[in-house]
Design a binder for this molecule. Structure first.
Ligand SMILES: Cc1cn([C@H]2C[C@H](O)[C@@H](COP(=O)(O)OP(=O)(O)OP(=O)(O)O)O2)c(=O)[nH]c1=O
Length: 208
């Protein structure tokens, strides 16, 4: 199957680009879509992730439409939320926020939700919500302080990045690992393929 359609990733997250590349896909265009990520009153974490992924995809669509460039585009957007019960953890911007998150996650179970949204060239909207459950080991104050020095927490939901140092804190993970990093590959490719986008990897001979 050949692809005449193009893939537009509605995200500024380098992790999402890398994950798509890992699956052998290269977005034709990257269109970061800025949306207000504040949870609505009483909004539960899974609903937030789903709503924001759709808003990001719709924002990208309106940009493409304004440029008259939406006809052959599959738009893919995602939003990742880390939660303890109904509580949504912030995307840590300052170290105090990261400390609060890490103290809360220490020795506890939590969930990571990623909402994914695909808008097809015909304007169909497909959504999925993927959940991963994790448990971290207990973190000492010293471990948290060392982690802060790494800077890996910056801009990450829940104040950690599983693909870095925090990977060694995982006692248990149930579900999709790539979901935690920001884009559940199995489900995202499934949504794209379900509407006719060719998700076969574009292999380069030197790939290792
Ligand atoms: C929990 C976790 C999150 N993250 C990242 C993925 C996302 O980039 C970020 C969650 O924020 P998001 O709002 O989902 O994404 P973003 O603002 O970085 O990018 P965009 O809205 O443009 O798509 O946290 C990791 O990289 N590793 C992890 O282990």
């Amino acid at each position: 199957m050949s692809n005449v359609a193009k893939l537009v990733l509605a995200s500024g997250s380098p992790r999402r680009i890398e994950l798509l590349q890992q699956a052998g896909l290269e977005p034709d265009r990257i269109l970061p879509a800025d949306v207000d990520e504040t949870p609505a009153r009483n909004e539960i974490p899974r609903s937030l992730a789903k709503r924001l992924s759709r808003e990001k995809a719709e924002r990208a669509l309106s940009i493409l439409k304004a440029e008259n460039d939406s006809d052959d585009a599959f738009i893919l957007a995602a939003d990742t939320v880390v939660a303890v019960g109904r509580r949504v953890l912030p995307k840590a911007a300052i170290s105090d926020e990261a400390v609060d998150c890490l103290q809360l996650l220490s020795g506890r179970s939590h969930r990571v939700y990623t909402g994914i949204c695909v808008i097809t060239p015909g304007g169909k909207i497909r959504q999925k919500l993927v959940e991963t459950r994790l448990r971290f080991k207990r973190l000492s104050r010293r471990e948290i302080d060392r982690y802060l020095e790494s800077g890996e927490w910056r801009g990450k939901a829940g104040g950690y990045a599983i693909q870095g140092l925090a990977g060694s804190w995982v006692v248990k993970l149930i579900g999709s690992y790539t979901n935690v990093v920001g884009l559940p590959l199995y489900e995202a490719l499934g949504l794209l393929a379900g509407d006719g986008f060719n998700t076969e990897p574009r292999l380069s001979p030197a790939a290792s």
